[in-house]
Design a protein around this ligand. Structure first.
Ligand code: IPD
Ligand code: CA
Ligand code: CA
Length: 255
């Protein structure tokens, strides 16, 4: 299944790449939440190809009405993760596809066609970037750790969320090497997986933001939980905390 998934996602990557360099029509789903015709085009392309190739799975996708769908044997799609980057030509943008069997992680693919980086993982078979094995960093020290985070779209409308972002930043920034905000949750998880970042945390993510990156990260030896240190659960948890494992408890302590 992994090989076929990759070849379909690579085709969809051509649509993303074409759109990245084209004039785009942008509409707003919420005050800060963008969508373009390319998000829809990629999603439709993937949904059609996946339902033809993998009839045993339903497809849960960001821009679709998923209300009738039950999460079980499911392919969870974010057609463009990092849409704000996509619109503004910041090259951290990708297609994210996570496959679940009986609600359990199976295959994760994250493809950035602009930088030509394809992250892939199948449970128990390791994690790869462009076919080369990747693994998390060995840094045990929060003070020398490069971290990443993201800011929720709700920062424009929900003061509690905004205050929480600022509070956590104040606790963490003096106690780590630095913090990045690159604008794609799926890629952030892959950057922890490949050892670029030691850790990452963010609130208010949706299943399609993390469904694939989580699988890549755990196959690369990383750990992810909610902010209480409990196993992170798709569709439930407000916070994700993802690390190389070694700095996990120190990061949780500061959050
Ligand atoms: C967003 C990106 C971003 C994160 C947002 C997500 P989108 O996804 O992953 O990094 O901070 O919370 O919603 O809207 O570009 O698919
Ligand atoms: Ca997303
Ligand atoms: Ca998206």
């Amino acid at each position: 299944m992994k090989k076929e998934l990759i070849s379909i996602i690579k085709e969809a990557g051509k649509i993303l790449k074409e759109g990245y360099f084209a004039q785009k029509e942008v509409t707003f789903k919420a005050k800060k939440d963008l969508v373009t015709t390319y998000d829809i085009a990629i999603e439709n392309f993937l949904k059609e190809a996946f339902s033809k190739a993998f009839g045993d799975f339903n497809v849960i996708a960001e821009e679709s009405d998923n209300s009738d769908l039950v999460f079980n044997n499911s392919i969870i799609i974010d057609p463009i993760d990092g849409t704000t980057n996509f619109v503004n030509q910041v090259p951290h943008t990708c297609i994210s596809v996570g496959v679940y069997k009986n609600k359990k992680p199976y295959i994760g693919i994250v493809y950035n066609p602009i930088l030509d980086e394809l992250y892939s993982a199948e449970v128990s078979k390791g994690a790869f970037c462009n076919g080369n094995k990747i693994s998390v960093s060995k840094d045990e020290n929060l003070m020398t750790s490069l971290l990443s985070t993201g800011f929720p779209y709700t920062s424009a409308t929900n003061e509690d969320d905004l205050n929480d972002v600022m509070k956590k930043m104040k606790n963490i920034l003096p106690n780590c090497q630095d913090i990045r905000r690159l604008g794609s949750a799926a890629l952030d998880l892959c950057y922890v997986a490949r050892g670029t970042y030691e850790g990452y945390y963010e609130m208010n993510l949706k299943a399609w933001d993390v469904s694939a990156g989580m699988i890549v990260l755990s196959e690369a030896g990383g750990r992810f939980t909610n902010e209480k240190g409990e196993p992170y659960k798709l569709f439930r948890d407000k916070y994700i905390v993802a690390t190389n494992g070694l700095i996990h408890d120190s990061l949780l302590n500061k959050l």
